[in-house]
Design a protein around this ligand. Structure first.
Ligand code: ADP
Length: 258
């Protein structure tokens, strides 16, 4: 399973990623964690990243893209991964698309957790007090001032990704303000539906059978690269419906003009 979790800082991506890691035995690839580790270890990347992160700005695309490209080659990522905090800009998303295409992989989903700014601040404050209570060091960028900058960076540079993935028919949006359990359930439902759809495509396509129950076992063969693109069709059919609706609606308006 290859999944992207999108959402502002404090949206709950890390919490949900941890649960999915345990459930699906895949790895969580958090670029924030990787960069913090690099800063701590004082590597060349860490030295570049430290001040940028402390200011709440984004580390240059080529730096994070390089880190992720190396990381997804590691053996533990072969079974699947959850990207948390990456991609964060459209060029990063394009680089990820190229990376996955080269490896013959496709994403299983992009899930956006939507949360209001007010609640984000509360959550970050709680994260800080929980960290202090555990006697652990607080993240240098977990303070109201830097959070504001991180949010500005999010809305300017990361939020456009929702349109990027929506256009590809990949995006699922969730209410990230619901409880952890409710969000978890909603994610499971989305992933269940996607897995079922994928399995039924694999079963039906080669044999040209009538549609089978979605639960049917999928063929183990990988055929990611030449898979049909239902996402585009869905977008098209929505566009077509909208056009029809507009056409239908148009004559009704005319009598008013007389
Ligand atoms: P948050 O809790 O704000 O989502 P993260 O732990 O994901 O934060 O990241 C912390 C910081 O690390 C970011 O503010 C940014 O400076 C840097 N960072 C993490 N991921 C990326 C990325 N994909 N591109 C650029 N910078 C990143």
């Amino acid at each position: 399973m290859k999944l992207i979790l999108l959402g502002p800082p404090g949206a709950g991506k890390g919490t949900q990623a941890q649960r999915l890691v345990n459930k699906h035995k895949i790895v969580q690839l958090s670029t924030g964690d990787m960069l913090r580790a690099a800063v701590k270890a004082g590597t060349p990347i860490g030295i570049i990243a430290k001040d940028i992160m402390d200011r709440g700005e984004l580390v240059p695309d080529e730096v994070v893209v390089g880190i992720v490209a190396d990381r997804i080659e590691e053996p533990d990522a072969q079974k699947g991964f959850i990207l948390d905090g990456f991609p964060r800009t459209v060029p990063q998303a394009e680089a990820l698309d190229r990376m996955l295409e080269e490896k013959g992989l496709t994403l299983d989903g992009v899930i956006e957790l939507k949360v209001d700014d007010g609640m984000l601040l509360d959550r970050i404050e709680k994260r800080v007090s929980d960290t202090v209570a555990r006697g652990e060091p607080v993240r240098a960028d977990d303070n109201p001032e830097t959070l504001k900058k991180r949010l500005i960076a999010y809305y300017a540079q990361t939020a456009p990704l929702t349109a990027y993935y929506a256009q590809k028919g990949r995006l699922s949006r969730l209410d990230g303000m619901a409880s952890i359990e409710q969000v978890a359930l909603a994610i499971d439902r989305i992933l269940g539906a996607k897995t079922a759809a994928k399995a039924s495509r694999k079963v039906v396509a080669p044999a040209r059978q009538a549609s089978k129950p979605a639960r049917a076992k999928a063929s183990p063969k990988k055929k990611a690269a030449s898979k049909p693109k239902p996402a585009k069709k869905a977008v098209k059919s929505v566009a077509a419906k909208r056009k029809k609706a507009v056409r239908r609606a148009a004559p009704k308006k005319r009598p008013g003009r007389r």
